[in-house]
Design a protein around this ligand. Structure first.
Ligand code: DGT
Ligand code: CA
Ligand code: CA
Ligand code: ZN
Length: 573
């Protein structure tokens, strides 16, 4: 898809304009980037079908943005962007991905130290040149080095939220061929891990050579790494590898099991097979030369004395023991979730109106949503003051009455200040249906202080949910350090819900935290934190994460009906 490429350029343009202190343009390009990135239709397709006019018809795309998109489709580049790049030719994408580094710092680093890449920056920081720059200092330099180390952690991995649509497209493409009986993405994609190292496709077909032809000729293929008779491997244009393997149907279950993994889960299974004098591999389960199972995953697990388990559980973190003892959780289902409990409208930093968000959510099948715009002190996100909040509540009530088939909760996302107090008075909070509280600033506090800060917010009876409780951003920052056991204890005692934020690079809480919350009996809520209506589909990622954390229907409050939820929010604390 061309969308990701254009979105990337728009994000960089936004950053260049921040660098140069240009007003409005940063927000406009950032918004456009977000919109395009989460669109399902390919811009090139839209343009091919309807020209520039069709681009303009996309919600949220105006003349200026449409022109840029057209320019990129026609010329493969955008002049305005090329000019910005020429003035400051740095690897903006990777530099700004390092925690604590913003566009303005990048400009200074380039002008004073000729830093163009992350490697340049690492070298300069190690030589202590960075701390000598005005407004940098030793502490900033130290943080930069720590940020670089962190970003090395998952190099080359991609966010599930970006890869899932692509993997599904590849699956479908193969599936649609009449000589392919089945095609499935296995590996970390099937387990829905938060980041993906490569795409592993399995297919059943009696014409493997034709599958290889089609697979290697896909439009995203940049390089063919290996093309065999039943197995091929390619590098896609986004820098991700994809493999395909064709198998006979009698081995498909065994292969699906094997290539879904994870590796540790497989190792335990293989050992269990050996203990039964069997041999397990990707072709089946064998006694001597005789295949005793392999057509389906169920029969492989069954002969090993296990119940089939959901791929999201297969991380060798207790699922094998649970399966043996018939104690597997009944994971919350994708259809169990009835609403979305965090999103932003154009009352703060969202791209769409409350009405547009509600209509899009209804289309997705939601029974209710909470609009949770930012408050007061978060000025960069267009936070509302108390006077504005009252108008905003009135507007939500009005739209709630007008819209049929979906209910809208009056929500807020308030800021937890450094001292644990909130930036909005209890009086105003009492008028909301749902209050999310979160930390958006001053992350660098001691573990005790940050834990106390959040617990203090939980003590407030108006606070229903702590949003993105650890503040991590995947591949960007680790979040603040917090005593999670204490947080759970406090959430349980005060009846506060913890959020599973479904934004693709947040997924906060993560799977390990969710499992602990479930064990502690703390309730969870799923919110997409959408900033445009095209992001509402990310609810799936939140459900995925809940499932990876062994959450059941009863553990997440989004599975309640509207009336039950409203009652719960009134009485939980
Ligand atoms: P990724 O690609 O890093 O996101 O993670 P996976 O889990 O997709 O890993 P990948 O692509 O290296 O391998 C796919 C599956 O193949 C993996 O989940 C389990 C299986 N597998 C790979 N290597 C081994 C191995 O050495 N032993 C066993 N038993 N299974 C393996
Ligand atoms: Ca993989
Ligand atoms: Ca692989
Ligand atoms: Zn937030």
């Amino acid at each position: 898809m061309i969308n990701q490429k254009i979105a990337k350029i728009f994000y960089q343009m936004a950053e260049y304009y921040v660098m140069d202190d240009v007003a409005f343009k940063p927000q406009a390009y950032e918004r456009a980037g977000r919109l395009i990135e989460s669109m399902e239709e390919d811009l090139e397709e839209i343009y091919k079908k309807g020209g520039a006019k069709a681009l303009m018809e996309i919600e949220g795309v105006g003349q200026g943005i449409a022109d840029k998109i057209e320019e990129f489709i026609k010329a493969g580049k955008i002049k305005e962007y090329e000019k910005l790049r020429k003035d400051c030719p740095v690897d903006l994408e990777h530099l700004s991905a390092i925690e604590g580094i913003g566009p303005k710092m990048i400009k200074v680093l380039y002008e004073k130290l000729k830093v163009k890449t992350v490697e340049d920056l690492e070298k300069a920081a190690k030589k202590h040149l960075v701390q000598k720059l005005p407004r940098f200092g030793p502490k900033v330099e130290e943080n930069i080095l720590r940020g670089i180390e962190f970003s090395k952690g998952d190099k080359g991995r991609f966010l599930l939220g970006y890869i899932l649509p692509l993997a599904r497209q590849i699956e479908k493409r193969l599936q649609d061929l009449d000589f392919v009986e089945r095609a499935v993405a296995a590996g970390s994609i099937r387990r829905k891990k938060e980041t993906i190292g490569d795409i592993d496709i399995l297919a059943i077909s009696d014409k493997p050579e034709k599958v290889m032809e089609h697979f290697c000729a896909m439009p995203e293929v940049e390089e063919i790494i290996a093309k065999g008779e039943t197995k091929s491997s390619v590098r896609l244009d986004i820098g991700l590898d994809a493999d395909v393997r064709v198998l006979p149907s009698e081995s498909f279950g065994a292969a699906l099991q094997y290539f879904t993994g994870n590796k540790d889960h497989n190792i335990v299974l293989r050992k269990m097979a050996q203990d039964k004098r069997l041999k397990l591999n990707e072709y089946g389960l064998f006694r001597g030369k005789k295949q005793v199972a392999g057509k389906t995953e169920e029969e492989v697990y069954k002969i090993l004395g296990l119940k089939w388990m959901e791929p999201e559980l297969r991380e060798n973190t207790g699922e094998i023991e649970a399966s043996r003892g018939s104690e597997l959780p009944k994971l919350v289902g994708y259809k169990d979730v009835r609403g979305d409990l965090q999103m932003h409208s154009d009352w703060s930093d969202g791209a769409h109106s409350i009405e547009e968000m509600a209509q899009a959510a209804k289309k997705l099948g939601h029974e209710y949503i909470a609009i949770t715009d930012h408050t007061g002190e978060l000025r960069i996100a267009g936070g509302m003051d108390e006077k504005t909040i009252l108008k905003y509540f009135a507007e939500i009530e009005k739209i709630d009455k007008e819209q049929k088939g979906i209910r809208i909760l009056k929500g807020l996302e308030v800021n937890i200040r450094k001292d644990g107090s909130l930036d909005i008075s209890d009086e105003i909070l009492a008028k909301a249906d749902i209050v999310l509280a979160s930390v958006h600033s001053n992350f660098k506090m001691s573990v005790q202080d940050i834990t106390e800060r959040i617990c203090c917010a939980m003590e407030n009876p108006q606070v229903d949910i702590i949003a993105h409780p650890t503040a991590r951003v995947i591949q960007r920052r680790s979040g603040y350090e917090v005593d999670f056991a204490k947080l759970l204890e406090c959430a349980k005692r005060t009846g506060t819900v913890l959020e599973i934020n479904a934004y693709p690079d947040r997924l906060d809480l993560n799977d390990v935290h969710i499992k602990k919350a479930v064990q502690a009996g703390v309730k969870l809520s799923i919110g997409t934190d959408s900033h445009s209506k095209t992001q509402l589909g990310n609810i799936e990622l939140g459900i995925v994460q809940a499932r990876r954390g062994w959450a059941e229907k009863k553990d997440t409050i989004n599975t309640m009906g509207y009336e039950e939820l409203v009652k719960f929010l009134k009485n939980e604390k």
